[in-house]
Ligand binder design. Structure first.
Ligand code: COA
Length: 330
């Protein structure tokens, strides 16, 4: 079977209405707009409404991506959802999203948890399944409702995260050498303790005591994560460029995981690529984990920053610590 190019046919994103500004956060924990902005570049983040599920946000983003691709839900035969905040521990969010969207029961549906690198992992997985010829059209979603797993009493983490969703529709093209050119995925499992949730998994189920101790919320060693993130993102970017014999200056736009403006600025320096070549929206959404790259990708496309022939570099890192980079030619 000839290898087919796997291409992005449409993108969509969704952010909940509720805006939580740094000023408002400063009334809840001992912090300030100045501290948050100078350390992270974040001005505000979105918070899902109480009854608004992660799957609702994913469905809204997916509808926009389908509309953008000129396709219907019934055209989809594969849904891959990158998330660590599925509506329920079981079943997969992909199945709930399938039902809400009206996707056929012939579609394969599953979730991937690679934390903030999840979208790059999901994109790679879906593209491999599409290029095999066994699936035709995929929805690849990155969606997170992080607000219930943020410790709102811990000022060292709560200022950084937000809720949101992004989606892309994947299909094929006969044109060679376009779409997803390649990916580089990996993980440092020896660094699990840098960013994790201690309770609610099978090794330490939730108890009344663990809830009281907020064991269901994210814990992070911020400084260590920062250092590793810069090194790992730089290496993941260099590896994929080298693999495809491209120079950094041939990348028209880098779409990095939006965790911290200072991390993005450090990558810009290391790659010797000016910040104008980096898409940044961390100021408006904070870190939305697996949703951050597909939201950024959609906003970059809709604001005219991606043109035919452009090559984009996606690069991410997250809990695990996982990392991933991808090259896309439009
Ligand atoms: N407001 C005010 N002060 C705060 C604060 C807040 N929200 N959070 C922490 N501080 C205090 C700390 O208590 C500490 O005080 P101390 O020195 O008296 O102990 C001090 O600020 C730490 O400041 P600093 O060393 O300048 O922090 P930093 O430059 O390391 O920035 C992070 C902190 C969390 C913003 C940064 O480490 C980071 O972004 N890490 C990566 C996190 C990340 O990306 N996670 C997601 C991975 S996908």
């Amino acid at each position: 079977m000839p290898t087919r190019s796997t291409v992005i046919l449409g993108t969509g994103s969704y952010a909940p209405e509720r805006v939580l500004t740094n000023a408002e956060l400063s009334t809840k924990v001992d912090t300030s707009d100045e501290w948050i902005l100078s350390r992270s570049g974040i001005r505000e983040r979105r918070i899902a409404a109480p009854g608004e599920a992660m799957s609702d946000m994913a469905v809204a983003a997916s509808r926009r991506a389908l509309e953008n691709a000129g396709l219907k839900a019934t055209d989809i035969d594969l849904i891959v959802v990158a998330t660590m905040t599925a509506d329920l521990p079981m079943p997969a969010a992909a199945c709930i999203i399938q039902h809400k969207l009206g996707v056929s029961s012939n579609a394969a549906c599953f979730d991937i948890n690679a934390a903030c690198s999840g979208f790059v992992y999901a994109l790679d997985t879906a593209c491999a399944m599409i290029s095999s010829g066994r699936y035709q059209k995929a929805l690849v979603i990155g969606a997170e409702k992080l607000s219930p797993i943020v410790d709102w009493q811990d000022r060292t983490t709560c200022v950084l995260f937000g809720d949101g969703a992004g989606a892309v529709v994947i299909g094929t093209s006969d044109q060679p050498n376009i779409g997803l050119l390649g990916t580089k995925l990996g993980a440092f499992g020896d660094s699990v303790d840098l960013l994790y949730i201690s309770h609610g998994g099978s090794s330490s189920p939730t108890t009344p005591e663990s809830i009281a101790a907020r064991g269901h919320c994210m814990k992070m060693k911020g400084k260590e994560v920062f250092k590793l993130a810069v090194r790992v993102m730089d290496e993941a970017a260099r590896d994929i460029l080298e693999q495809h014999q491209l120079r950094a200056d041939q990348i028209s736009l880098v779409i990095p995981h939006q965790a911290n403006l200072r991390i993005i600025e450090a990558i810009s320096q290391y790659l010797e690529l000016p910040m104008e070549r980096f898409f940044v929206n961390v100021d408006r959404y904070g870190n939305t984990s697996a949703a951050s790259i597909p939201i950024a990708l959609d906003e970059a496309r809709r604001s005219g920053r991606i043109k035919p022939g452009d090559v984009n570099l996606l690069v991410a890192f997250g809990a695990g610590l996982t990392y991933g980079s991808a090259l896309i030619r439009w």
